[in-house]
Design a protein around this ligand. Structure first.
Ligand code: CTP
Length: 407
């Protein structure tokens, strides 16, 4: 699929000056292996990390490094490069390069050719976690993300080259190639908008204490990635899960069940499918103290009240409409899995429910694998297992069958 989508495509790889520049070598090779024609442009700083000769050898073409060099410009300069390409991939995008791209500057071979380029741009950031989290950087990311022409892949989280831990790692080369391919392949969900809730919610009882659960959002984010890979526009309403890869889809961060309900209800009318994979807290403390509650001797009682059921409210809101989204719920059970899940499907007015036995080995919170039973309204039942990514793709495949044909 990746190879087919990239076969014969003309791709520029713009290399920024960060330690991850060495991974751009692998990227150029993998794009070439997938059948793309690749040309490389480098920033001044990138040359400090990898020589242009390396990229010339890997791409089989001269590398644009200096737009003042008459030899380079006369041969295949920044304007020719921009006119030639169908896709521009920038990897790694450093904080500085990101700022310059956002500002529309043209002061090296990458930014000049990018400014002259009219097609889709895939940005793969890599930098120190503090630089990534810097307000200015995040403003630049948000501004570029808001433009449909710019897509992000990564950064991933983990141990960084500088020794810090957090978000800032260049996305895996395979993920960058897949993201590039998805920009060419229309995909079976092209033109569809999928809304997903993921992660836990937090219900605060005072400024420092809350009720929550151990959901990591992995399943929901795997669904988001799979839906994006199939060409859908994706919005994830995400509870607090810490640093995670947010590549190529919109993420709306929320904290409580009420926040999640508000953000979902504001969008559910417009989407083709709503998948509720979040582990929403069913209760919240009746009151939230403005200040930290001081402990006292003896037992303490906490009164809990119900939170909104995000999925049930969304279902009620769209029920009876002529054009309503396909509604998919999750059911985490510890016993009588299918029976309880079927009951939830009926009660919440769903089209499908993904049931899993969270006590089974290799399923449930935090692990990378899952084993689920998908029940549909027509009474069918299907078993799926594998990595959360594989299961996500299979679930999206089933959802695709439930979507009404395109007008
Ligand atoms: N859900 C939701 N909002 C809530 C509770 C649940 O959107 N406040 C969604 C979950 O995302 C999931 C589905 O509803 O898709 C099932 O959630 P679950 O808590 O397992 O089911 P309940 O109907 O709450 O039943 P019970 O707690 O009795 O198992």
């Amino acid at each position: 699929m990746v190879a087919l989508a990239l076969q014969g495509r003309r791709v520029i790889v713009g290399v920024g000056g960060g330690i991850a520049a060495y991974k751009a070598c692998e990227l150029v090779r993998e794009l070439g292996r997938a059948g793309a024609q690749v040309r490389v442009a480098m920033t001044e700083a990138a040359k400090q990390f990898v020589t242009p000769l390396t990229f010339q050898a890997l791409s089989g073409h001269p590398v644009l490094t200096d737009y003042f060099d008459p030899a380079q410009e006369g041969n295949f300069g920044h304007l020719d490069l921009a006119r030639w390409a169908e896709l521009y991939v920038v990897a790694p995008v450093t904080a500085d390069l990101l700022a310059r791209i956002r500002a529309g500057m043209g002061n090296d071979a990458v930014t000049t050719s990018l400014l002259a380029f009219r097609g889709p741009v895939l940005l793969a950031p890599a930098m120190n976690v503090a630089m990534w989290e810097n307000e200015r950087t995040q403003e630049n990311v948000a501004a570029l993300r808001a433009e449909p022409r710019f897509q992000f892949v990564g950064p991933g989280a983990g141990m960084l080259a500088c020794g810090d831990v957090g978000a800032g790692r260049l996305a895996e080369v395979g993920a960058i190639v897949a993201a590039a391919a998805s920009l060419f392949a229309p995909g079976p969900l092209a033109g569809r908008h999928v809304l997903i809730t993921a992660g836990p919610t937090r219900e605060y009882l005072d400024p420092v204490r809350f009720i929550s659960n151990p959901s990591t959002g992995k399943m929901g984010l795997a669904l988001a990635e799979a839906a994006r890979g199939m060409g859908a526009k994706v919005t994830v309403v995400l509870g607090p899960v810490g640093a995670v890869e947010r590549s190529g889809y919109e993420v709306v961060d929320v904290v409580s069940a009420e926040d999640m309900a508000r953000e979902v209800l504001a969008r559910v009318d417009e989407v083709d499918c709503f998948i509720a994979s979040a582990a929403v807290s069913d209760w919240k403390p009746e009151t939230r103290a403005a200040q930290k509650v001081k402990k006292s001797e003896g037992p303490e009682a906490l009164t809990l009240v119900r939170t909104p059921d995000v999925l049930a409210e969304a279902s009620r809101r769209v029920s009876g409409r002529e054009k309503r989204p396909v509604l998919v719920g999750f059911a985490a059970e510890t016993q009588r899995v299918v029976e309880y899940a079927r009951d939830k499907l009926e009660r919440k007015g769903l089209d499908a429910i993904v049931a899993n036995d969270v006590t089974a080995p290799g399923a449930g919170f935090g692990v990378d694998t899952n084993q689920v039973t998908v029940l549909t309204r027509d009474g069918k039942q299907r078993e799926l297992s594998g990595t959360k990514r594989e299961v996500a793709r299979s679930i999206l495949g089933l959802i695709q069958e439930l979507l009404p044909p395109r007008p």
